[in-house]
Design a protein around this ligand. Structure first.
Ligand code: AMP
Ligand code: ZN
Ligand code: FE
Ligand code: FE
Length: 283
């Protein structure tokens, strides 16, 4: 018997990944994964596309999304799992995020223009993958970075973030956002589980302290290419808080070429625990 492995964190073309949801399902099966959650930024649009093929190929899936939030002006990513995909609460929340992103992207474009880099909304739209209808794509900074490359303002996505788009850089705009607490509450209303994503990226010690006091259900302990030592720190916190341990690759396809789907994963015991919750959320 091959080992049961489930990747609970990856992105499709419904947000800033480069593979169509169906391509992710095929890649997951080819990579020997038995379980998967696609966690697009502020979107669950991958599911109607991925689920029929996953069922056909015998890949088990759990609902998922990665929501952007803020806590005291610091950006915090929150993974949601096991909510009902029929929940109007989650659908409405994704819709509100979409509107939020539209106005935030306009804010970023205004800042870029101020620095002599003119880019239109159409030029950003042209940088989103063309294998999905426009309405099904969450547009974010990685797409703006692509447009900056096309216009010759930077040479790479990395340069775009490092010089201009990353938090604290001249063209970063937070925009209106939902707080971490609001986000947890909405996930719970949709009967889902709220999980702190990639906690090592929260480089404000007070933020982490505050998050540990919130009503999270889990923390991402296995991530991309974490060392054993890094995992240990988060595993200890999960144990202390009696929280679920989750994990995944944060696969994005070609834009992060060194991160393979399934390079981080959870074993069957964890997957079944979350799956049980998912089944109950649908009753
Ligand atoms: P957004 O959702 O628009 O705030 O963009 C966030 C996404 O940008 C993250 O999920 C990453 O995929 C990507 N990202 C963030 N920081 C960097 C960076 N320094 N270099 C490349 N991509 C980044
Ligand atoms: Zn991303
Ligand atoms: Fe993230
Ligand atoms: Fe992610």
């Amino acid at each position: 018997m091959t080992e049961f492995r489930a990747d609970l964190h990856c992105h499709s073309t419904c947000s800033d990944g480069t593979l169509h949801p169906e391509e992710i399902v095929r890649l997951a099966v080819d990579s020997g994964l038995k379980g998967l959650s696609i966690t697009d930024h502020d979107s669950i649009d991958a599911y109607p596309l991925a689920l029929p093929l996953a069922e056909e190929l015998g890949l088990e899936m759990i609902s998922g999304a990665e929501f952007s939030s803020i806590h005291k002006d610091v950006s915090v990513h929150i993974l949601a799992y096991a909510f009902s995909l029929e929940s109007s609460i989650i659908h409405d929340f994704c819709q509100r995020h979409n509107q939020r992103r539209e106005s935030r992207n306009r804010g970023i474009l205004a800042l870029l223009a101020k620095h002599g880099m003119t880019i239109t909304e159409e030029e950003i739209a042209a940088c989103t993958p063309n294998n999905l209808p426009h309405a099904r794509r969450t547009v974010g900074r990685p797409h703006i970075a692509q447009a900056m490359i096309r216009k010759g303002y930077v040479l790479s996505v990395n340069e775009a973030f490092k010089k201009w788009l990353a938090e604290g850089k001249p063209c970063y705009a937070q925009g209106e956002s939902f707080t971490a607490e609001e986000t947890i509450d909405i996930i719970h209303q949709a009967k889902g589980l709220a999980v702190i994503a990639h906690p090592h990226l929260i480089n404000h010690p007070n933020t982490l302290q505050d998050l540990l006091k919130m009503k999270f259900d889990g923390i991402e302990c296995y991530y991309a290419q974490f060392s054993l030592q890094q995992q240990k720190r988060w595993l200890k916190i999960a144990e202390k808080q009696s929280w679920l341990i989750t994990g995944g690759s944060d696969f994005h396809g070609d834009i992060k070429p060194n991160i393979a789907l399934g390079c981080s994963w959870v074993p069957e015991e964890i997957f079944r625990k979350i799956q049980k919750h998912y089944i109950q959320a649908q009753l």
